[in-house]
Structures are given as structure tokens and as C-alpha cells.
Design a protein around this ligand. Structure first.
Ligand code: S3P
Length: 463
């Protein structure tokens, strides 16, 4: 098994740090990819364990923590609120929760770096206390829409403002005296939902969030794991979902065990599917059904993908989230259509899905994915440019793409990653499956979610 650490890009710290870009060339992986890997811990859960741990009462042990640029920003943020975190530098941490009232006012601006989850979730925690805080981040963060949290938090009674009338960061916030609301989200977003659920824990009356889709439910599971009552629509039901919380005075959070990141695993699973002669096993991968949409779609495309939950995982007794092994073998893929109802369950995997679609027989269509335009970069145009850059025909729409598959492979070329970790890693995988090579202009951003990505790829090539 590979530890998944130690590559130079891990030291980059932030997607924008350092002066020199780090171009990397990925060549045809002759002989395929082979091996067993535990990719680093889940990003969504690492953020949530720290944030909820900060306002729990007493110590919260966390294992499987993702030590990457985004989640280290969250660690720094809770420390700036006076929370002690015992950190030996590995995947285990101990957060000494202080409850909301134990948090202190941060002395300086909180810099979230590139972490969208942090800048959208932390205001939900801060809205519950009478403290002043200012949050900002890198250039990508300052372009991302914030009105979606600013408006409902203001409706709950928090004093919250931001640049351009609350549309963009920096955000300034003073919380306290919240009342519960019913909020219908315009777009399915786990970040907005989680922000409001955190705020709802400190509001008078209940807080209900209605989601037009079924966004990831890590916050709901973590709250339930902490013994907090969460009412919600039946799981697995298609269409709209809803969730409701009531205020709590205090709670304890038992030890949180974080699975390997489903989204990081997705890059290696697709790499195995599209590189001939490969067989890769990904162990302890998070198998939360609100995150595994890509695996369902790949199977529909003919992917040889075996998914085996770990023994005892159905009980959830040992942690808030199920995990298991995903085994991927090289496959002949068929084109498929991905529609709006499937998008939330594979939102972060769409860049790597595009690489799988490029290898399929026929034309694949993606629709209802306009949200991708406001991620770390505009991922619709980024994916289109990536595919064109390597020699794949693609048509761009406001909310999606048509990708004309090239099952015989593609020649390769150059990819602009746009300081976006998922575009950079998708470009790398496209290089391994090319008949020539792909040069990604800058691989430093991989450190945002997958430290050790390049070292892991190299080990799988060495097999
Ligand atoms: C996340 C939710 C998603 C996802 C992001 C992580 C989370 O964002 O794209 O990478 O941890 O809640 P949205 O809520 O904006 O869809």
C-alpha cells in the first residue's frame, strides 16, 4: 500500500504559493497501472470534523485527517478562534472543543486560501456567537458567489456583509441572536446547507433547508453521530430533499474516523479504466451514496468497477461514514448522458468523468451542470479547453458539454490547469492514457486536495 505522501507538490502549501509554476509532463503509461492505494483522507469530512469539533464540548479525536492546503486552512482558522488542536503532523489530531461561547474573537482576518468549503461553512459557526470576524481567500475564492450564504444568514439575524453588496469575499460577520428559518436553496449545495444547519444549532426555533437535489449529507451524518437530532427526507429518494435541525446547548462529538477521499479515489479509478492493462485497488474509500454518483455512471458506461463495503460498515458503529474497497480494471467504455439529477452526486468528479467520456465509444452529453462555472475555476470551459488541447472533439453549452469519444485514444498536448486542482489531476490522467504526452502547465494545485498525487501515480506505474 502506498502512503500517498511525500511528493514535491505537497510542499507547495497553497495553489498560488511560491513564484514558479510547476509544469509536469505525463506520458503514456505503457504496461498499465497496478497496485493498492489508500488515497489521503476526505476533504469534506476533514473540514467538518474540525469545525464541529471546535464547538463540541471536550476532546474530539480525529483520524484519517486530510493534511492538504484546504484543510490546513481550516485548522489555522479554528486555532485563530482560540481552539487548541494537538497535532503531531500526521493523520491524527485532537481538537479540544470549547463550545460556541468558548470561542474567542479572531485578532486578524481569517484567510481561507483556496477553500470554498471553509468560507461557506465557518460563517455558519460564527453566526451563532457575538464576535466580529472577517474572512477572505485567494483570487479564486474572491470570485466565487457568497450571496447564497450571506442572504439566508442575514435572514436569520446575523450581521453579515461582503464586497459588492454581499456577493463576494471578503466577508465581515457578527453573529448572535439568531432565529430559525425555512430556506429553499436555488441550487443544490452542501456548503450552503451545512452553513445553515450549523447556524440553526444556535437559532431560536427550528431551521429547515430545502435542497432541489440530493447534495452530500456529511454534515447531517456528523450531527447525528454527535447525538444531535436531525430530521430529514427519506434517504435515496429522487428529486428534492429537506433537512431540519433544532437548537442545542452543548454536545459531545465521539472520535471521528475519516475515510479516504472518494473524489481523490475517482482520479485513480478512472486512470485504471482508461489506461490499458491496469488493475488498481483503492482501499478505505468513502462510500457515502451522496458521493458515489460517478461510480454508478461509470458502471453504466461499461466500467469494470467492483465496490466492496468493508465488513461491519453497514452499522456505522465505528464512524460517521461507510467505507470500502473500489477495484478498477481497464475497460471498454460506452458513451452516456449525465443529466441535472445526477450532477450533485458527482459534482467534483465531472472533470475526471470528462476524461472517461473522451475514451468512450460515442458522444456523451452533460447537462444541468452550470454550477461548475463557479467552482475553483470555470470548469465547463476548463474541461472543454482541456479536451481540445489533447485532441478530443467537444462542444460547450452554458450548462454542460458534448464529448465525442475517441476510444482509440488521443495524441496529447498541453493543458492549462487554471490553478484548479481537479483540472490539473484530470490533465495528468489524460496524459497517462494518451498515445503521446500531456504537459500540465502547473501541478502545484493538486496539493489543495491530494498531496502526493504525482508520487502515487509514479508508484502505480512502477506497479
Ligand atoms: C462541498 C460541496 C460541494 C463541492 C465541494 C465540497 C462540501 O460544493 O463541490 O468541493 O464539502 O460541502 P457546493 O456546495 O458548492 O456544491
Amino acid at each position: 500500500m502506498l502512503p500517498g505522501t511525500g511528493s514535491p507538490e505537497q510542499k507547495a502549501g497553497s495553489a498560488e504559493s511560491g513564484s514558479a509554476k510547476r509544469p509536469v509532463t505525463f506520458r503514456t503509461a505503457h504496461g498499465g497501472l497496478h497496485g493498492e492505494v489508500r488515497v489521503p483522507g476526505d476533504k469534506s469530512l476533514s473540514h467538518r470534523a474540525l469545525l464541529l469539533g471546535a464547538v463540541a464540548t471536550g476532546p474530539v479525536p480525529i483520524s484519517g485527517f486530510l493534511r492538504a492546503a484546504d484543510t490546513l486552512s481550516t485548522l489555522a482558522a479554528i486555532r485563530s478562534l482560540g481552539v487548541t488542536v494537538e497535532d503531531g503532523g500526521g493523520e491524527e489530531l485532537l481538537v479540544r472543543g470549547r463550545g460556541w461561547e468558548g470561542l474567542s474573537e479572531p485578532e486578524d482576518v481569517i484567510d481561507v486560501g483556496n477553500a470554498g468549503t471553509l468560507i461557506r461553512l465557518l460563517p455558519g459557526i460564527l453566526a451563532g456567537i457575538d464576535r466580529f470576524a472577517v474572512l477572505t481567500g485567494d483570487a479564486s475564492i474572491r470570485r466565487r458567489p457568497m450571496e447564497r450564504i450571506v442572504r439566508p444568514l442575514a435572514a436569520m439575524g446575523a450581521a453579515v456583509s461582503g464586497r459588492e453588496g454581499g456577493r463576494y469575499a471578503p466577508l465581515a460577520l457578527r453573529g448572535g441572536n439568531l432565529r430559525g428559518i425555512e430556506h429553499r436553496m436555488e441550487v443544490s449545495s452542501a456548503q450552503v446547507k451545512s452553513c445553515l444547519l450549523f447556524a440553526g444549532l444556535r437559532a431560536e426555533g427550528g431551521t429547515t433547508v430545502i435542497d432541489p437535489g440530493a447534495s452530500r449529507d456529511h454534515t447531517e451524518r456528523l450531527l447525528e453521530f454527535a447525538g444531535i437530532s436531525v430530521k430529514r427526507s427519506p434517504q435515496g429518494a429522487p428529486g428534492e430533499t429537506w433537512v431540519r435541525v433544532e437548537p442545542v446547548d452543548s454536545f459531545r462529538l465521539p472520535a471521528v474516523r475519516i475515510p479516504a477521499d472518494t473524489s481523490s479515489a475517482a482520479f485513480l479509478a478512472v486512470a485504471a479504466l482508461v489506461v490499458p492493462g491496469s488493475e488498481v485497488s483503492l482501499v478505505q474509500v468513502g462510500l457515502n451514496p451522496t458521493r458515489t454518483g460517478l461510480f454508478r455512471v461509470l458502471r453504466r458506461m461499461g466500467a469494470r468497477l467492483e465496490i466492496a463495503p468493508d465488513a461491519g460498515e453497514s452499522s456505522r458503529a465505528s464512524g460517521p461514514e461507510p467505507m470500502g474497497t473500489v477495484r478498477a480494471h481497464s475497460s471498454e467504455l460506452r458513451a452516456t448522458d449525465v443529466g441535472p439529477e445526477e450532477v450533485p452526486g458527482m459534482i467534483d468528479e465531472l472533470p475526471i468523468w470528462a476524461v472517461a467520456a473522451a475514451k468512450a465509444v460515442g458522444t456523451s452529453r452533460l447537462r444541468g451542470a452550470a454550477e461548475l462555472r463557479v467552482k475553483e475555476s470555470d470548469r465547463i470551459s476548463g474541461m472543454a479547453e482541456l479536451l481540445r488541447g489533447i485532441g478530443v472533439e467537444v462542444f460547450e453549452y452554458q450548462d454542460g458539454l458534448d464529448i465525442v469519444g475517441r476510444p482509440q485514444g488521443w495524441p496529447g498536448g498541453t493543458v492549462e490547469a487554471r490553478v484548479d486542482h481537479r483540472l490539473a489531476m484530470a490533465g495528468a490522467v489524460a496524459g497517462l492514457a494518451s498515445s503521446g504526452q500531456v504537459t500540465v502547465d502547473d501541478m502545484r494545485s493538486a496539493a489543495v486536495s491530494f498531496p502526493g498525487f504525482i508520487a502515487t501515480i509514479e508508484s502505480l506505474q512502477a506497479g
